[in-house]
Design a protein around this ligand. Structure first.
Ligand code: SAM
Ligand code: SF4
Length: 386
């Protein structure tokens, strides 16, 4: 495979907090129901030790975004989040306007918390709302009702947060098209800058997968919901920029965009994944940490914290790149493909021709964009690049 110079892309930092009040029956994230008091201080120490050891991978590079994901990062008090950010800022160069997001479960919103997160440096909140229908929320095993969700978002706004994402899911048990639209109307009333709109999927290793709940909409009904909701989102000024992501002008999530554009990220915390490119030798490293919180806590101060290191072979890069980039409405630029994979565009000439011939993508100079057909059959389109 012919090579070109690999230019390290922008760098992000992902911080995983692996606990939730209670595990939701549809969720396969690395999250564990809380049993008793959380070892907050020990976990913050572990994160700092983990970061410290990963620093040689990113010497001299600037961090453009930080994302506290989970799990439920809002289970950690503002002081803990502040300690993590201070430790990161003391060891890494942050871009002046770095986006710093914290995932928040509305069931954990306490008075004064949001002011604390802002003071700690968080400038974007992502709320796990899922639905504003109390019946749907109960069937999803959520720890909050819709009134609590609305109150939490308003508390955050009163604390000065204007960069807010709401996560919603559709194709829920017992949900029809009208209900899915009503969820969005309730979201619009809160005027978030960003809405993530996910189709509920039955993930292996979840309770829902083992015993699917009654009333999950069939594929055609789910597709109709998606089209209806896309139209509603567009009519309210939320522009789709990725399969499940919609934003007001200029309010896309910089952190997630960096993933989808095959950017680099350090991942610290239990089960966190990182991807780091080295311009010096053209290598791309994937590194992940032990998943279980207790193993991670035990090993965080040593190389034993690493669950695995894997060099991404040049042959694997085209599929990895396209798997991300074809999720984006903007698609990708062939020059960017070359800089970020270290491969010549010739490496994808054949699958690209096939995708063009099938109408999955369109080409405009060096830019490749998925068509509506390509977005609907994205798995087929991506498989061409395997
Ligand atoms: C890590 S959670 C975010 C925040 C927080 N843990 C919460 O749930 O309130 C990320 C988001 O992924 C979505 N999600 C989780 N499991 C899903 C599934 N099985 N199908 C579709 N979306 C899912 C939910 O919208 C969820 O808010
Ligand atoms: S959906 Fe969110 S709150 Fe529920 S288990 Fe998953 S990470 Fe935790």
């Amino acid at each position: 495979m012919s090579a070109v110079a690999l230019i390290p892309p922008p760098l992000s930092l992902y911080v995983h907090i692996p606990w939730c009040v209670r595990k939701c029956p549809y969720c396969d994230f690395n999250s564990h129901g809380q049993k008793g008091a959380l070892p907050v201080d020990a976990y913050v120490d572990a994160l700092v030790a983990d970061l410290e050891q990963d620093l040689p991978l990113v010497w001299g590079r600037t961090v453009h975004s930080v994302f506290f994901g989970g799990g439920t990062p809002s289970l950690f008090p503002p002081e803990a989040i502040g300690r993590i950010l201070d430790a990161a800022a003391a060891r890494l160069r942050f871009a002046p306007a770095a986006e710093i997001t914290l995932e928040t479960n509305p069931g954990t919103a306490e008075h004064g918390r949001f002011e604390g997160y802002r003071a700690a440096g968080v400038n974007r909140l992502s709320f796990g709302i899922q639905s504003f229908d109390d019946g749907c929320l109960a069937r999803l095993g959520r720890i909050h009702d819709s009134a609590e969700a609305e109150a939490a978002v308003r508390l955050a706004q009163a604390a000065g947060f204007d960069d807010i994402n709401l996560d919603l899911m559709y194709a829920l048990p017992g949900q029809d098209l009208t209900m899915a639209g009503r969820d969005l109307e309730r979201a619009f009333a809160l005027e978030p800058a960003h809405i993530s709109h996910y189709q509920l999927t039955l993930e292996p290793n979840t309770l829902f997968f083992a015993r699917p709940p009654a009333g999950i909409p069939e594929d055609d009904a789910a597709w109709a919901m998606q089209e209806h909701c896309q139209a509603l989102l567009a009519a309210h000024g939320y522009v789709q920029y990725e399969t499940s992501a919609y934003a007001r002008a200029g309010r896309q999530c910089a952190h997630n965009l960096n993933y989808w554009r095959y950017g680099d990220y350090l991942g610290i915390g239990a089960g966190a994944h990182g991807k780091i490119s080295q311009g010096s030798d053209g290598s791309i490293l994937r590194r992940w940490k032990h998943r279980h919180p207790s193993t991670y806590l035990r090993d965080a101060a040593s190389p034993a914290r690493i669950g695995g290191d894997e060099a991404i072979a040049p042959e694997a890069r085209p599929f990895e790149y396209v798997l991300n980039a074809l999720r984006l409405v903007e698609g990708f630029d062939l020059g960017d493909f070359e800089r970020r994979t270290g491969l010549s565009r010739a490496a994808i000439a054949a699958p690209l021709a096939a995708a063009l011939a099938r109408g999955y993508v369109e080409r405009d100079g060096g830019r490749i964009r998925p068509t509506e057909l390509g977005r609907r059959f994205s798995n087929d389109a991506m498989t061409l690049f395997l």
